[in-house]
Design a protein around this ligand. Structure first.
Ligand SMILES: NC(=O)C1=CN([C@@H]2O[C@H](COP(=O)(O)OP(=O)(O)OC[C@H]3O[C@@H](n4cnc5c(N)ncnc54)[C@H](O)[C@@H]3O)[C@@H](O)[C@H]2O)C=CC1
Length: 360
């Protein structure tokens, strides 16, 4: 991987060129514009390499990836074609260090990775569709850029509070973006998402400015491990920045449904009062649940940012932490939590790489 890093862009461009020339039938499985897709392949490889010594984490990551690939129409027989082109591209750009042993090691690695993905997809096929269709049943514009959407899936959609789904709109076929569920599973089966239209964000702009009740989107399977362990009785320290409050609200509902009296402290950060678009809901939840404290944190010209706020409260020794929001906030939130003594294994958040890829 060390040789590949500096020429990563070239490797991925060459890989896709090889793939589409040798296997033109696979082109329709990919989005028309390939820029974000190029990054994704490499991110997946780097994530796999990063966790190579932690088998359970790696296997779970790959299983999720395998299940998630069903919605693209990926089948088991596509994997060898991809592997052959990937190894062709690596060979070309890591020429200086490439020999028969290197090739054999990559073939072994790729075969193992793809087998885990293929097996997970096959197991998933027995219990879930590759994707769900979901109708927009309400669309509530909370600020000029933020909409809260409620969707009705065409069949039951099982998920856990704190997870996210990939979503494709009819206006940008084959372009999928991740959004966290903004509610715990509901008895009426409806799903809620908070979406902020970001500059040049095709999917987010379509969802905020174009989607209306009656429109139908597609959802991939649920993913993500920012979930509550109900076997523990530790408190929850939650940092939600901007639309990152969505999964935090879902976690609060989840704790409420489990009836446990664990303390939950929510720090809800925004750039201005106006951007605290869901504060009324959070304060209503606080009124209903004596174990819940909600602290709005509004940026003061960058002087007090959301992660700084946790230093003024505490101690947090009996808490697990949940962090959700823009990638920069997650990074500084994790730093701040480590700074006040949180061990890494008690901090949960979604992958920053996924968020960077999905923030549009
Ligand atoms: N599961 C998750 O982690 C979720 C993440 N998101 C992400 O949250 C983001 C929401 O964007 P906006 O509402 O525009 O947020 P924003 O840019 O308005 O920021 C929200 C809050 O985070 C703080 N913040 C932002 N950057 C920071 C940094 N580098 N260091 C410290 N604090 C920082 C701000 O001060 C503010 O309090 C999107 O990128 C979206 O993808 C949204 C939903 C769920």
């Amino acid at each position: 991987m060390a040789e590949v890093g500096p020429v990563a862009d070239k490797v991925t461009s060459y890989f896709y060129a090889l793939l589409f020339v040798r296997h033109p039938g696979l082109r329709p499985l990919f989005p028309p514009a390939m820029d974000a897709q190029r990054d994704r392949l490499l991110k997946a490889l780097l994530t796999a390499a990063e966790h190579i010594d932690n088998t359970p984490v790696l296997v779970e990551y790959l299983q999720n990836l395998g299940r998630g690939h069903r919605k693209y129409g990926t089948r088991a027989e596509h994997y060898p074609a991809v592997g052959e082109c990937l190894i062709g591209a690596l060979n070309k750009y890591a020429d200086a260090v490439w020999d028969a042993d290197t090739e054999a090691a990559w073939v072994r690695t790729y075969t193992t990775i793809s087998q885990v993905m293929i097996d997970a997809a096959a197991a998933d096929e027995l219990r879930a569709p590759p994707w769900w269709q979901a109708e927009v049943v309400s669309h509530d514009l909370r600020t000029p850029e933020v909409a809260v959407l409620t969707l009705r899936p065409d069949q039951p959609y099982p998920f856990r509070a704190g997870q996210y789904a990939s979503l494709e709109t009819p206006w940008w076929p084959r372009i999928w973006r991740h959004y966290s569920f903004a509610s715990a599973p509901r008895s009426d089966g409806l799903l809620a998402f908070h979406v902020k239209a970001v500059p040049a964000g095709w999917v987010s702009n379509a969802l905020v400015h174009r989607a209306r009740p009656g429109d139908v989107v597609r959802l991939g399977p649920p993913a993500g491990s920012m979930t509550v362990d109900h076997t523990r009785d530790s408190g929850l320290l939650c940092l939600g920045g901007g639309t990152g409050i969505a999964p935090i609200k879902a976690l609060v509902e989840d704790v409420a449904e489990h009836g446990a009296r664990r303390p939950v402290e929510v720090f809800y950060g925004a750039r201005s009062n106006h951007d605290l678009y869901d504060i009324d809901t959070m304060l209503r939840l606080q009124q209903t649940h004596p174990w819940l404290e909600v602290h709005p944190v509004v940026d003061r010209d960058g002087l007090l940012q959301l992660p700084d706020a946790i230093r003024t409260f505490g101690p947090w020794t009996a808490y697990d932490a949940y962090v959700s929001g823009p990638p920069g906030m997650i990074r500084s939130g994790v730093d701040a939590l480590r700074g006040v003594g949180f061990p890494a294994e008690r901090i949960r958040h979604d992958s920053v790489e996924e968020l960077v890829a999905s923030g549009s």
